[in-house]
Structure formats: structure tokens, C-alpha cells
Write a protein that binds this ligand. Structure first.
Ligand code: A3P
Length: 272
């Protein structure tokens, strides 16, 4: 699994583009890029580098599976093709479409503290707008109306994991969705990757020596084929400010939704 030099030596039988055997479906800002790049360290995994947005964007979906396949990397028959599009998780039309493509596809869902995720989501939109020289209202204004959470705020809705997962579970059996702890992946990627390898039926090939902690970045970076690589600067950047009072209101708001999510996945997380 590398797009660099080593693939040229194995390309004699890197014959074909294939539909994905596994998809990282979300969540947005959960660590989807880190998970994709880290799984790509595995020799039996090849990834679609760009987000594909096939099942959630009508214009793409209308182009059909041939178009989808054409977005995939070249693989040998024994390799797993993996793509990630965080927009899939919260889009209602997607689960049935994924099932129609392949009812045996394996789904990876990386989650993170929903309050932190929301602030990260806002921060991303803010940066996108600033880069287009547009203004954006402060987070607190979008989040609160008269001191109460505004349930219409999109980034808030994207953090209601139980609502979105419920739709996936109407279509896919629970065992087909592997939940990755995004906060654990930040702190210590290796154990989460070992679990993901197991879920994907891959022999354990990713090791602790594939990572080093970059003190400048404050995150783990990847070591592969002799060079090191951190995720780009849009990953792990400082969050937009939010008063601790507003953050606490947010944490209280998520308490019940989080419990519902924990019941759904049969496991709990230490979120705020
Ligand atoms: P923040 O920028 O809020 O810290 P996604 O790729 O789904 O957009 O997720 C982005 C998040 O991945 C980042 O959110 C960051 O916390 C997390 N992440 C996990 N592992 C990382 C790593 N090794 N390097 C950089 N970011 C990482």
C-alpha cells in the first residue's frame, strides 16, 4: 500500500481497479484522514487518496458504479480497496445505496467526542470561508439562541451519532460496522489499528515502528518506505474559541444522545 516508489516494483500484477471492500463512512472531523493514511501503511491495503463522494452526491451517483470504480486505486486481487468519505455517515440516502453496491462491504466509523467534533467542524467551515475572503459568525452565535442550544445548527446535528447510526443499522448488521475510537487514535494509534486490521481480516502488519510522535505537530506522524509524513496542517489545528460555559452547555446537551449511541454500539466512551 503505497502510492510511492515501492508500488512500481509490484505493479507487474497491480492489474485492476476494484470497488471498495471497505469504506470509512465518517464521522466528519473524527480522524477519517488519519485512519485512511494509517491503514494505507498495510501492504494488503490500497486507498483512494481523494474523498470520492459517490453515494452522497447525486451528480456522482448518477454516473454509476463504473465511474465509482474508476476513482479507485490499482490493486492486486488479494488487496483490499478502501475509500473514505465522511459525508456518507449523515446522508440519509447512503446506507441503502452502499448495500446495493455490495451487501458484504465492511464499514468503518471513527468517532470522537461530539462536542470537540462540533468545534472542529465549525473551525473547518471557518477556515474554508476565510480562504474565500468571506466572514463567518462566531461559533457561540450559531450554537446558542438566548442561552439555549439551537437544534437547527448543522454541525450540532452531525454530532448526533445515534440518529445517523440508527439509519445504517436499518440496513446493515451491527457486526459489519466497526467503530474506531478517534480520541484513542490520536493518543496512541497502534492499538486502534490492530483492531481495525482484525475487523478487516488482514494479517497484522502495521506496527508501532510505523509511527513517531512529532512534538512540533503534537500528533503522531507516519513513517513509511524511509520517509516520514505528517497529515497536512488542516489536521490538528487550533480550534476556534468557545467559552467554557458554552462548551459545558454543549456537553450537557450531548449527554443523552451519547448514552443512546453507547447502547447502540454496546460500548461507552469517556466523552465530556
Ligand atoms: P482537529 O483538527 O480538530 O484536531 P478528519 O480527517 O476526519 O477531518 O479529522 C481531522 C482530525 O483528525 C483532526 O481534528 C485531528 O484531531 C485528528 N487526527 C487524528 N490523528 C491525527 C494525526 N496523526 N495527525 C493529525 N490529526 C489527527
Amino acid at each position: 500500500s503505497s502510492s510511492s516508489s515501492s508500488s512500481s516494483t509490484s505493479s507487474y500484477n497491480a492489474t485492476q481497479q476494484r470497488l471498495p471492500g471497505a469504506i470509512i463512512i465518517g464521522v466528519r472531523k473524527g480522524g477519517t484522514r488519519a485512519l485512511l493514511e494509517m491503514l494505507n501503511l498495510h501492504p494488503d491495503v490500497e486507498v483512494a487518496k481523494a474523498e470520492v463522494h459517490f453515494f452522497n452526491v447525486e451528480e456522482h451517483y448518477r454516473r454509476g458504479l463504473a465511474w465509482y470504480r474508476a476513482q479507485m486505486p490499482l490493486t492486486r486481487p488479494a488487496q483490499l480497496t478502501l475509500e473514505k468519505t465522511p459525508g456518507y455517515f449523515a446522508a440519509p440516502q447512503v446506507p441503502a445505496r452502499v448495500w446495493d453496491m455490495n451487501p458484504a462491504v465492511r464499514l468503518l466509523l471513527i468517532v470522537r467526542d461530539p462536542a470537540e467534533r462540533l468545534v472542529s467542524d465549525y473551525t473547518q467551515v471557518l477556515h474554508n470561508r476565510l480562504s474565500r475572503h468571506k466572514a463567518y459568525r462566531p461559533l457561540e452565535e450559531l450554537l446558542l439562541r438566548g442561552g439555549r442550544i439551537d437544534p437547527g445548527y448543522k454541525a450540532l446535528q452531525r454530532s448526533l451519532y445515534h440518529q445517523h447510526l440508527a439509519r445504517w443499522l436499518e440496513v446493515f448488521p451491527r457486526e459489519q460496522i466497526h467503530v474506531v475510537d478517534g480520541d484513542a487514535l490520536i493518543r496512541d494509534p497502534f492499538p486502534e489499528l490492530r483492531k481495525a486490521e482484525r475487523f478487516l481480516d488482514l494479517p497484522p502488519r502495521i506496527s508501532a515502528s510505523n509511527f513517531y510522535y512529532n512534538t512540533t505537530k503534537g500528533f503522531y506522524c507516519l513513517l513509511s518506505a524511509g520517509h516520514d509524513k505528517c497529515l497536512d496542517e488542516s489536521k490538528g489545528r487550533p480550534h476556534a474559541p468557545l467559552s467554557s460555559q458554552a462548551f459545558n452547555t454543549l456537553c450537557r446537551y450531548f449527554r443523552r444522545p451519547n448514552e443512546l449511541f453507547f447502547e447502540m454500539v454496546g460500548r461507552s466512551f469517556s466523552w465530556c
